[in-house]
Design a protein around this ligand. Sequence first.
Ligand code: M6R
Length: 365
Amino acid sequence: EKEGFEHFTLKEIFEQPKAIRNTLFPRLDKNNDIILDGIKLTKEDIEVFDRVYIVACGTAYHAGLVGRFAIERFAGIPVSVEVASEFRYRDPFIDDKTLFIAVSQSGETLDTLAALREAKRKGARILSIVNVVGSSVTRESHDVLYTWAGPEIGVASTKAYTTQLIAFYLIALYMARLTGKMPENQYHQILDELKGIDKKVEAVLKKADVCKAMAMLQKDNTSVFFMGRGVDVETSFEGSLKYKEISYINSVAIAAGELKHGTIALIEEGTLVMALATQERLFDKMCSNMLEVKARGARVVAIAQEGRTEIEKYASEVFYIPRTMDELAPILSIIPLQLLAYYVSAARGNDVDKPRNLAKSVTVE
Ligand code: M6R
């Protein structure tokens, strides 16, 4: 039931701290050792892999993009991420040195399942990150790491996404440690931060009213652009998808560095630009991109880490997330975007939980 929330989507957005705790804490012991129930990968297995493919659709694909970033940065293994509907129609290099990771909330998405079968036939080791227990994807995988998000009713994926991110961070850190790719102190530093991330998600949710007020200024927009750098690009894609599917606002997401390679031609007086600027390492570059669009009349709404008030020079509104490591920022930065898309959708009178033309689980091609 909706437990007092107007829609399942909103309830599920608010369930994220709990979903994150349920996915994270059972996998950690008191020494910060990661115990991945359902995953039997040994040090030897991991050392054999020369590539990782992450394959999924929609929001799960966006989680995979963050997964690539985490596995490459933490564990140093090359990763490719692909949408499942395309993966099966090329000739990807797959053999018994390939780790194939399928990501799916439902575990029933046909394209993801078909890609998995193809990879398995060619000898890949199949690991899946799935929310629905006992679903088709899990039955055909060698290893399964469940997200414990609980049932997700809203068609727009919210808590499944943030728990998929947690699953990827766990897998990446597990691989990094087992193969000695990460110094111990760094490993503990990241895990300690991860263990407090649920509280930071709660802090973001406490500011839902700020998002609601921002949404009221956006509800009549017909288009929106998202941009970011580094892992903020992935968050831009996911935020953009939320706006499309529940707010019905035409939305485009790009790497900010790509602006002057085309998209900036579309910026004019009043164009709404959502600027993701949570990556400290890339902050100055991001400010330059914001200045470029602002100078052409864009109305810039930024997401940044607390304390980065200089961003107010480049944006007309800023939503601040609690300070965290750049690597883990995707868990926090998506929350205001989910809330914004939700409040815009509700303000427009859309059927938020069941957006037009969409199904919760896509079991056809
Ligand atoms: O059940 P799955 O995670 O395999 O579903 C994949 C996509 O269909 C799904 O994420 C879809 O994009 C959502 N409606 C996004 O909110």
